[in-house]
Design a binder for this molecule. Structure first.
Ligand SMILES: O=P(O)(O)OC[C@H]1O[C@H](OP(=O)(O)OP(=O)(O)O)[C@H](O)[C@@H]1O
Ligand code: HPA
Ligand SMILES: [Mg+2]
Length: 183
């Protein structure tokens, strides 16, 4: 699949699976509040992580999705965040965990945290599978991080380049020829 486009496999399918289980256990240990947790997945990138994470979580959780976009079809964030789909429900008084695939510049999450905080949840934390520490432009408080990765553009397991590669079961680096060829 996608022959020649992937320069290297950064995180294997098994490594993702193990990490998802580990993160789910950590979250479960920390939330003994009684009452369902509310997971807010950020579309589309977080969709694979969100569904695996929810199934690995030993306690009940309700799933909500938001779609925001800052990247479009480019490999760097514009910093301008647009809501493409808002939550369907009020989150006031709920224990909310934002589920993200990646924190790159941090701009998306920084904006999202501000936006959700204003809706008065009982608590608000972030669980991200990936983070690029060297790319962060704004510091965001993140309680749960799967992997810190190098500052390279990655695809797979929900992450796209121009809407492709989300369906790869692992995370890999993209061969620069893919985004320099102008296709
Ligand atoms: O930390 P940042 O630099 O803001 O980048 C992280 C965000 O960018 C990506 O979303 P994108 O806008 O590409 O939408 P998508 O999830 O639909 O691909 C990714 O899924 C994160 O939500
Ligand atoms: O490295 C990345 N890959 C795909 N989408 C992204 N959105 C932010 N960073 C990335
Ligand atoms: Mg994207």
């Amino acid at each position: 699949m996608y022959d020649g486009d992937i320069a290297s496999v950064l995180i294997t399918e098994q490594q993702i699976k193990d990490k998802v289980a580990e993160l789910a256990k950590q979250v479960d240990d920390d939330y003994q509040q009684g009452g369902d947790l509310l997971l807010v997945g950020v579309l589309k990138g977080a969709v694979m992580f969100m569904t695996d994470f929810a199934r690995a979580l030993p306690q009940p959780a309700q799933l909500e999705f938001m779609a925001v976009s800052s990247y479009g079809s480019s490999t760097s964030s514009s910093g301008v965040v647009r809501i493409l789909k808002d939550l369907d429900r009020d989150i006031a008084g709920k224990h909310v965990v934002i589920v993200e695939d990646i924190i790159d510049s941090g701009l998306t999450l920084s904006w999202l945290l501000k936006n959700l905080k204003a809706r008065n949840p009982a608590s608000l934390e972030v669980c991200t599978l990936l983070r690029k520490p060297d790319a962060v432009q704004v510091d965001v408080p993140v309680r749960y991080v799967g992997f810190d990765i190098p500052n390279e553009f990655v695809v797979g397991y929900g992450l796209d380049y121009a809407e492709r590669y989300r369906d790869l079961p692992y995370i890999g680096t993209l061969d620069p020829k893919v985004y320099t060829s102008g296709v």
